[in-house]
Ligand binder design. Structure first.
Ligand SMILES: Nc1ncnc2c1ncn2[C@@H]1O[C@H](COP(=O)(O)OP(=O)(O)OP(=O)(O)O)[C@@H](O)[C@H]1O
Length: 230
């Protein structure tokens, strides 16, 4: 029997107030996010990918619709419960590598800090070895390439033992070789049975998705299920 979805969205709508009036970020989006595999939110600039990720990351309160996480209606959670959900379950990776890491800490200390913030513990050398960053624990963040920094950001998700990985355009700031490192890391996270959700318009990343949800002007155009990952 397939796993229950980790997120269920029904009729989600987000509006942004602007001086020119309300701008719709997404409208009437209904989708189940599976507990395993990689779901890619694809679509052109302004289609609502980041808005939807912010809803799932609990940064954005939808004006309409319902969002459940593991069956619980997120709107009904108390502030403390929402924070706990985010700390223990949601691993976020933003597009700019520098926004994901603490530049004043070493590589290993970034992993330790991520684990501590989630109330858990980690063995940095183990995680670094799994991500092809063996031996970099004592390095400054600035000594890593952009792709290695993004890998480390995903390493922080491993350190925190999050349930879900939410990544917004994780390859968009990287050259092709660095982006390859990120694609390998995403494959690894999928193999480790994380629920991976990525917003991207990078075709190579979209090709990795076990499920591709296409957005256009804030609405969901369709969901493509794929049997096999390329
Ligand atoms: N803070 C905001 N204030 C006003 N409008 C916003 C805000 N954030 C997003 N929007 C609008 O909501 C719509 C969806 O934007 P969103 O950033 O979610 O799209 P996107 O697909 O992630 O685009 P990109 O690939 O450029 O990041 C766009 O019309 C955008 O202008």
């Amino acid at each position: 029997m397939p796993d229950k979805p980790i997120f269920t969205l029904r009729g989600i709508g987000v509006d942004y107030p602007t001086p020119a009036g309300l701008v719709t970020g997404v409208d009437d989006v209904s989708i189940d996010i599976p507990a395993r595999g990689m779901t890619v939110l694809a679509g052109p600039s302004g289609s609502g990918k980041s808005t939807l990720l912010r809803v799932l990351g609990l940064f954005e309160h939808p004006a309409r619709g319902t969002l459940t996480f593991q069956g619980a209606d997120v709107r009904k959670l108390k502030h403390r419960e929402r924070r706990a959900l985010r700390r223990h379950h949601l691993g976020l990776v933003f597009q700019n590598p520098g926004d994901n890491l603490l530049g004043y800490l070493s590589v290993a200390d970034n992993l330790r800090a991520a684990a501590e913030a989630a109330g858990t513990e980690c063995t940095p050398e183990d995680i670094l070895g799994r991500l092809g960053l063996h031996g970099t624990g004592g390095w400054k963040i600035s000594a890593l390439s952009g792709g290695q920094q993004q890998r480390l950001a995903f390493g922080c998700v491993l350190a925190a033992r999050s349930t879900v990985v939410l990544a917004d355009e994780p390859t968009s700031q990287l050259d092709e070789a660095s982006a390859d490192l990120v694609l390998d890391t995403l494959r690894y996270l999928v193999d480790q049975d994380f629920a991976v959700l990525v917003a991207s318009h990078d075709e190579r990343l979209i090709d990795l998705g076990t499920r591709v949800a296409r957005l256009h002007k804030g609405t969901l155009q369709g969901i493509e299920e794929r049997e096999h990952r390329p």
